[in-house]
Design a protein around this ligand. Structure first.
Ligand code: KIV
Length: 281
């Protein structure tokens, strides 16, 4: 077993090997993603939507994120583990942002943190990097501030807005970010950014030309159907498998078929006869 490092991820770009990243929010998923050989596991603030049933990622804070990150850490032994900094944990005084980033490392055992673009992003990212914590940037559609971007839609569709995203990505590289998520941008813009940056780009709704790809695991597995963005691909329908399994359980219980002998414990007749004369009622 070899723990994946930031240098290993960056080297993949040099070797032109695609990078994989998926989200996890609990121990069993951490174990399974590691077993499947995912390079990076993100404890995403998408936990708000796909696990906690909330409307917005802005509804989770440090408490929830650390709680879930600790659980994932117990399961992930090889992949690089990244904690997603929640809304308002870094859009704050820079020293508080650094302190919150440190909590992801010290308390939850994360290897890195991710933060979404905002107006003071460069300064905050640079200070967290200075504190010795690897930072992943996130540009394009940034869900925590989606309302300011006109909602959940593709960003950078015209030259002016695309130039801003390209500039932000470059600035994050200069600030010391080790990698950057490109969310919901046209594939050609993502290709341009990927070519111009020396750090790996990880796309979600950003086309084929990024250095790597990330999806929300619950979308990939068919465990979340409240909404399904165009970019997310469902590889398996675990939701249907769960409903089938649960229906079978209910049916067998109602029919008196479960638990059968195989799933029950027995006691020797001689011992049983010492209790209540062996009468069962
Ligand atoms: O929280 C999340 O799941 C994310 C990914 C979509 C990149 O930020």
């Amino acid at each position: 077993m070899q723990k994946i490092s930031v240098a290993h991820i960056q080297n993949k770009k040099v070797k032109q090997e695609k990078i994989t990243m998926l989200t996890a929010y609990d121990y069993p998923m951490g174990v399974l993603l590691d077993k499947a050989g995912v390079d990076m596991v993100l404890v995403g603030d998408s936990v708000a939507n796909v696990v906690l049933g909330l409307e917005s990622t802005t509804e989770v804070g440090m408490f929830e994120m650390l709680h879930h990150a600790k659980a994932v850490r117990r399961g992930v032994k090889e992949a690089l583990l990244i904690g997603d900094m929640p809304y308002e944990s870094y859009q704050t005084a820079t020293q508080d942002a650094v302190a919150n980033a440190k909590r992801f490392v010290d308390e939850a055992g994360c290897d890195a943190v991710k933060l979404e673009w905002f107006d003071r992003c460069i300064e905050v990212a640079a200070d967290i990097v200075q504190a010795g914590i690897p930072v992943m940037g996130h540009v394009g559609l940034t869900p925590q501030t989606a309302e300011q971007l006109g909602g959940f839609k593709v960003q950078g569709k015209d030259a002016d807005s695309a130039k801003i995203i390209i500039g932000n990505a470059k600035a994050l590289e200069e600030a010391g970010c080790f990698s950057i998520v490109l969310e919901c941008v046209p594939d050609k813009i993502a290709q341009l950014i990927t070519k111009q940056l020396s750090i790996p780009t990880i796309g979600i709704g950003a086309g084929l030309y990024c250095d790597g790809q990330v999806l929300v695991t619950h979308d990939l597995l068919g465990l979340f159907d409240r909404f399904r963005p165009k970019f997310s691909k469902q590889y398996v329908d675990l939701g249907a498998a769960v409903v089938d399994g649960v229906k079978n359980f209910c049916q067998e219980v109602r029919q008196g078929k479960f638990p059968d002998e195989v799933h029950s414990y027995s006691i020797k007749q001689e011992e049983l006869s010492k209790i209540n004369g062996g009468d069962l009622v």
